[in-house]
Design a protein around this ligand. Structure first.
Ligand SMILES: Cc1cc2nc3c(=O)[nH]c(=O)nc-3n(C[C@H](O)[C@H](O)[C@H](O)COP(=O)(O)OP(=O)(O)OC[C@H]3O[C@@H](n4cnc5c(N)ncnc54)[C@H](O)[C@@H]3O)c2cc1C
Length: 367
């Protein structure tokens, strides 16, 4: 019997396995995909993630490969109405690290392999029962072989469509924006600071641009003809483009007995604030500490308030660039004239963007 079983080897599952290994627990981690995904949804690694992974070798590798994003600018009708310098924050990593999700996952998997733990690829979760001897789990290997295994503790890190969550009958309530958002990784000749992020409040929506490497930028937004909407910009070769939807959903329970939900299996929200992967890695850390200390029963009570609070903030913030509500419209219209008072909000905006607006709670009462 493998006592700790992790389903899914995205950033959440890989980080959970690594945090457990650091605490002397050797988990089993299974992943249905035969190969790692080459696509990089997440590009922002926040200071919290960098400090949680310190000492594993992963932070050091990410810092050597990534780029430091040091400020955020908000533009409206060609005018910079707000510039937020990220550096004045009390943390040893006072920046957002721009690093591709595919490479972050590779760094996590390599660190795990160095500790003698390999991801079992081509193995899918199919079902679960709580039995007298612990959890009874059905797995399906590539080629069709079925396996029944047992586990004392299981982490569902199998993404937004989580089969584990569905097998447990846990609801995933929330809402979805009806409009599609478009993402491009493309060459841009753009007259803007290359190591800063840029948000453009456009008529009918918004766009965001962050340089990912060389002259390739990640551009995303909810308006048609996106690259052409940016001022004084020439768009070149597109290396990846995709549509994605934005939903805000939180599982009604983050835990059923010894089964915990983490990362996108537990919560999904807009990418604004770059929280999805980072919050999943934080879930993974809390899970690993509790599982290795025999305190797994505390997981839901510790994580739910933190995740719910972050989600509320992300949802509110996303309303402004989306621009569909009256309040959002008001904020967008008034922003240029409010510029002089914006520095008053700089401190809380900075800690929110860097994911430092809460502590990692390991006991109740530490928010
Ligand atoms: C456009 C975009 C930009 C984003 N930018 C950022 C950002 O800058 N920063 C940030 O923090 N987040 C960002 N995110 C969110 C981030 O990508 C996700 O939150 C993150 O990938 C979630 O990781 P996860 O490990 O929880 O789930 P996933 O990455 O979905 O991994 C789940 C894994 O489980 C596997 N799996 C599924 N079902 C089974 C099964 N039955 N059996 C076995 N394995 C299974 C899947 O194959 C997959 O490998 C962004 C998202 C989008 C769409």
């Amino acid at each position: 019997m493998s006592s700790t079983l992790i389903i899914g080897a995205g950033p959440t599952g890989l980080a959970a396995a690594l945090f457990l290994a650091e605490r002397g627990v050797s988990p089993r981690i299974v992943e249905q995909a035969a190969e790692p995904s080459p696509y990089s949804k997440a590009f922002g690694v926040n200071p919290r993630t960098l400090s949680l992974l310190e000492g594993t070798g992963v932070t050091e590798r990410l810092l050597s490969q990534g780029r430091r994003m040091t400020a955020l600018n908000v533009w409206r009708r060609g005018r910079n109405c707000f510039r937020l310098d990220l550096a004045p924050v009390d943390h040893r990593y006072p920046f957002m690290l721009i690093h591709s999700q595919a490479e972050s996952e590779a760094a996590l998997a390599d660190a795990l392999a160095e500790r003698g733990i390999g991801v079992e690829r081509g193995v899918a979760f199919e079902g679960i029962e709580h039995g007298p001897a612990g959890l009874c789990v059905e797995l399906r290997h590539r080629g069709g072989r079925a396996e029944e295994t047992t586990a004392a503790v299981l982490l569902a890190a199998d993404g937004a469509g989580s089969s584990v969550r569905k097998a447990l009958g846990v609801d995933f309530p929330g809402s979805a924006f009806e409009e599609p958002w478009r993402l491009y990784d493309l060459v841009l000749d753009i007259p803007l600071a290359p190591d800063e992020a840029h948000a453009f409040l456009l008529d009918g929506g918004a766009a965001f641009a962050v340089r990912v490497r060389g002259d390739v930028w990640r551009l995303l937004g909810n308006v048609p003809d996106l690259p052409e909407r940016l001022p004084e910009t020439t768009a070149g070769r597109v290396t990846w483009e995709s549509d994605f939807g934005i939903s805000h959903r939180l599982a009604e329970r983050l835990q059923v007995g010894a089964v915990c939900l983490a990362g996108d299996a537990a919560h999904i929200h807009s990418g604004l604030g770059a929280r999805g992967m980072n919050l999943g890695i934080e879930d993974a850390y809390v899970f690993a500490v509790l599982a290795s200390d025999g305190r797994i029963g505390e997981y839901d009570a510790l994580r739910r308030p933190v995740v719910a609070k972050v989600m509320r903030q992300v949802e509110r913030l996303t309303a402004v660039p989306r621009g569909r509500s009256f309040i959002a419209h008001l904020v967008r219209t008034l922003l240029p004239v409010l510029s002089p008072i914006m520095p008053a909000f700089a401190g809380s905006a900075r800690t929110f963007i860097l994911g430092l607006d809460h502590d990692v709670a390991l006991s109740r009462g530490t928010p």
